[in-house]
Design a protein around this ligand. Sequence first.
Ligand SMILES: *Cc1c(COP(=O)(O)O)cnc(C)c1O
Length: 365
Amino acid sequence: MSAYKRVHNFNPGPSVLPVPVLEQAQAEMLDYQGTGMSVMEMSHRSKEFETIIQTAEADLRELLGIPQNYKVMFLQGGASLQFAMVAMNLRAAGASADYIITGAWSRTAFKEAQKLGNTRVVFNGESENFTRLPEDAEMSFDPNAAYVHFCHNETIHGVEFKREPVVPEGVPLVCDMSSDFLSQPIDVSKYGVIYAGAQKNAGPAGVTIVIVREDLLARVPEKLPVMLDYKVLAESGSLHNTPPCYAIYITGLVLKWLKGLGGLTKMYEINRQKADMVYKVIDESGGFYRGHARPEARSIMNIPFRLPNEQLEDTFVKEAKKADLIGLKGHRSVGGLRASLYNALPLESAQALVEFMKDFQQRYG
Ligand SMILES: *Cc1c(COP(=O)(O)O)cnc(C)c1O
């Protein structure tokens, strides 16, 4: 079918992209739609690029059902910069923000915000090694909090919220959605801010998508450096300075691909199917494979799991690589293995992993 080799790519991020997207980018590389240049070589003020960024925003709005009273921004600095920007823009001097800590990423978000002002922790799963989500009843929120921050899917620990935490009336929810952005339908109207680095599920590294409810922009303090100022960035349509043009273009192609597939409901169905296949092998392995997250908290995107010992885990990674299953080594803080099953990972790759896991257990179990 194709002249090149594609591996089964379980990389946690940057990660697999849809083949049709890469093929289109390849076809348009030297001459983008008759312009005689690539998207990398054109002005970010050109008509062509304006169409690229506006179409990407329109497609994103359609896919997620983003209401009119939200702004969409395509920024740089990764989700990591948003950890600080959220606090700088939305938490007024003297105000406090609440943080739900369910894994390594929300812990980092909290630490960044803590450097810049008052911050409370309403849940911290660290003592339980980040294996579960909080119950609403165990969190007591500050009714005057500037916002409540949480991470929808913890990429390293593999715990994923199934619904939004219930917070006091009027307190906006701020969410790091980097690693399950566009993996399923989301009710954007429940959020004040959603941000996501593209390189997990939406595109290449270099662009971070930030969706912010317009009324919150009134909180942005005077005299922030312009590149950290949501108001400036939102009002300029992400074009205050040169945006990450090529990353936005590829993200736009991914959004078209998602639309062509049938949108986020369909995407979720496929993601569910892939994740269920892998969890089934774990659950039916008689303890040979042990999932990190508790079953009710399990992520459909990132599945960290352990084997009986570290030596076997090394062997697993090595043999998997030989079988073209790559990116399965777990994060150093959790150890073991991790399978990332992002949108663009084909069903056949999940199937190949499942077959490999069963075979591996037969040989070493
Ligand atoms: C990868 C990741 C980040 C960090 O993203 P950068 O773009 O590298 O800053 C933050 N949060 C989550 C949930 C992630 O998966």
